[in-house]
Structure formats: structure tokens, C-alpha cells
Write a protein that binds this ligand. Structure first.
Ligand code: DQA
Length: 147
């Protein structure tokens, strides 16, 4: 099973970026932990972060060629702005789970709309880095049940 994790803009600063909101764990630490979890679940996981919308779009297109089974995505600020990411995900029709570290519904009103959520299989937000682990477990359950 191939899973692609996409991390949007500014998530490279995880650990030092507004830690009261996003926590102290770095992106590297998070990815290391997720790779371990993926290994335990027998998943082939690739983690990719970009600050550039077009790179994320290209990576989504590439996922189709690579026959990726599932996409996990924290679109970060592009959540609230990007019709292009939404169209890319709709275009490749690979099932995806949207993840946010913070509870976007408890913050500024501009964060309360996501261009992606409507197309997502599920959305996890507000649980910090645990949300990514929960997403991997959800993929495992859903694939074993053919959902
Ligand atoms: C975020 C929430 C977004 O509103 C914000 O722009 C981010 C991170 C989160 O993980 O909580 O960069 O996606």
C-alpha cells in the first residue's frame, strides 16, 4: 500500500513556528515517527513538504503515475485559498484525508472554510501531531474493509 503525505507551506517551520498553536515537535521528528508507524502497518509512506502551490499540484499529479493508494494532506494555508489543490485532488481521484494540527474552527473565521474538505474522505483537526497517526490508522481500517 502506497501512501503519500503532503505538507503545505510553513510546516517546514514546525517546532519553532507559533509553538503554542502547533506544538514543539519538528517536521523531521513527526515524519520519523510516521515512517515507523507506516512500517508497522506495512505501508510504503512518502512524506513531502513544499511551500509552493505548484509543487504540491505536481506531486499530486505524479501520485497518479506512481499509483499511490491514499493521500494524507495538511494543506496548511492553501486549505483556505487553493482551488488548484482541490482541482488536482479531484482530478487524480485518489482518496485523501485532510489533517490540521490546530482546531481551525476555534481560530480566525478565515480558517473556517476549506476548499478541500468537501472532497476528503475525512478531516482530522485540533489533535496536534496525533492527527497524522490517526489518519494512518484510518487508512489501514478503511483499506482492510474495502471502504
Ligand atoms: C494548519 C491550519 C491552517 O489554517 C494554517 O494556515 C496552517 C496550519 C494546521 O495544521 O493547523 O499553516 O493547516
Amino acid at each position: 500500500i502506497k501512501i503519500l503525505l503532503l505538507q503545505g507551506p510553513n510546516l517546514n517551520l514546525l517546532g519553532q513556528r507559533e509553538p503554542h498553536i502547533y506544538g514543539y515537535e519538528t517536521l523531521e521528528e513527526l515524519h520519523a515517527g510516521l515512517l515507523q508507524e507506516a512500517f508497522a502497518l506495512n505501508f510504503q509512506l512518502e512524506c513531502y513538504q513544499s511551500n509552493a502551490e505548484h509543487q504540491l499540484v505536481e506531486r499530486i499529479h505524479q501520485a497518479l503515475i506512481e499509483q499511490v493508494d491514499y493521500i494524507l494532506i495538511n494543506p496548511a494555508a492553501f486549505t483556505h485559498t487553493s482551488v488548484a489543490l482541490r482541482d488536482a485532488l479531484a482530478g487524480v481521484a485518489i482518496p485523501f484525508i485532510e489533517i490540521h494540527l490546530s482546531n481551525i474552527y476555534a481560530r480566525e473565521t478565515f480558517r473556517q472554510h476549506s476548499y478541500l474538505s468537501e472532497l476528503a474522505q475525512g478531516v482530522i483537526c485540533g489533535l496536534g501531531t496525533q492527527g497524522y497517526y490517526l489518519a494512518l490508522q484510518a487508512v489501514d481500517k478503511r483499506l482492510s474493509k474495502n471502504l
